[in-house]
Design a protein around this ligand. Structure first.
Ligand code: C2E
Ligand code: CA
Ligand code: CA
Ligand code: CA
Length: 283
């Protein structure tokens, strides 16, 4: 507000305006940012709950904006999805992280296959080039399809018809893993899982948060138990995210979850971090 005693509605309007201006500005700046190489990827390890060894890493994109500093994906992925820029941006993330995964593998050939997880937005799912782009990226990097896991949110697949599932099926037939991200937050029918070409359920962070928190409230524990037993009976692996404490890790291991990710193990970081974790595993 301009006047000293300006009313709060003006202030709220001004804030809303400022946010809209920023959104507008960020949206307009996206294409040039991609061309100028302002995006970068942080990697967060996925570990085996059994022994804590590294199973793979999830690629998480960031934008190093010249004025606003480093922006997290929640600030710009929705904008990129809105304008369609998510398609070339997503392709860049895939290419860069697959190349990085191949690089790790070459240096740690003894450490077994290292997996790379890449998030796919709903618009990428609808894009006709998804399968051919993915095949192309894998071939050029020399990475076997089995080392790639594409993460799709549960909500993106709710009510998905066969046309939408076809490219995912093709990728799954090639050996690419498909993970259902944020699992448990949507309304998907568990029986529906049989229809989906997924091989991994990635339990939403909210389940992790309720572990060891309300000892009296065992509902989430029971739900996780049920999900794990169903998943395993369908030969699906269960990954948990957002593990922040050793107690959560212990409980989720006890409940039979397979792999985990979270600050307790490592924050998302530069590729070197994964490299040193793999070195540590090897000794
Ligand atoms: P997501 O796929 O569910 O990724 C997990 C998010 O949880 C990441 O946030 C990660 O940094 C955060 N996280 C990891 N461990 C912990 C923990 O122990 N505690 C807590 N509180 N949080 C943890 P981030 O990096 O801000 O990414 C947010 C979302 O942006 C991702 O959620 C994903 O949906 C989206 N995203 C990130 N990269 C890409 C991308 O390349 N393409 C697309 N389409 N979406 C992306
Ligand atoms: Ca994810
Ligand atoms: Ca998730
Ligand atoms: Ca999420």
């Amino acid at each position: 507000a301009k006047s000293a005693g300006g009313n709060r509605f003006e202030t709220a309007d001004a804030e809303a305006d400022a946010r809209a201006i920023t959104r507008h500005g960020l949206t307009n700046a996206l294409p040039a940012a991609l061309e100028r190489g302002e995006f970068f990827i942080e990697y967060q390890p996925l570990v085996h709950l059994g022994d804590g060894s590294v199973h793979g890493a999830e690629a998480l994109v960031r934008w190093c904006h010249p004025q606003h500093g480093v922006l997290g994906p929640d600030r710009f992925i929705p904008l990129a999805e809105h304008t369609g820029l998510i398609v070339p941006l997503g392709r860049w993330v895939l290419e860069e992280s697959v190349r990085q995964a191949r690089f790790w593998q070459e240096r740690h050939s003894d450490g077994g296959p290292l997996r790379i997880n890449v998030n796919l937005s709903p618009m990428q799912l609808h894009h006709p080039g998804l399968v051919s782009d993915t095949v192309d990226v894998l071939e050029r990097a020399g990475l076997e399809p089995g080392a790639l896991c594409l993460e799709v949110t549960e909500s993106a697949l709710i009510g998905a018809d066969d046309d939408l599932l076809k490219p995912l099926r093709q990728l799954a037939e090639m050996g690419v893993d498909i993970a259902l991200d944020d699992f448990g937050t949507g309304y998907s029918n568990l029986a529906n899982l049989r229809r989906l070409p997924v091989s991994v359920l990635k339990l939403d962070r909210s389940f992790t948060q309720s572990m060891q928190q309300h000892p009296a409230d065992t509902v989430d524990v029971k739900i996780v138990e049920g999900i794990v037993s169903l998943a395993h009976s369908l030969s699906l692996a269960v990954t948990v995210e957002g593990v922040e404490t050793g107690a959560q890790a212990a409980q989720l291991r006890e409940l039979g979850c397979d792999t985990a990710q979270g600050w307790y193990y490592a924050r998302p970081g530069a590729p070197d971090r994964i490299h040193s974790l793999l070195l540590a595993d090897a000794v």
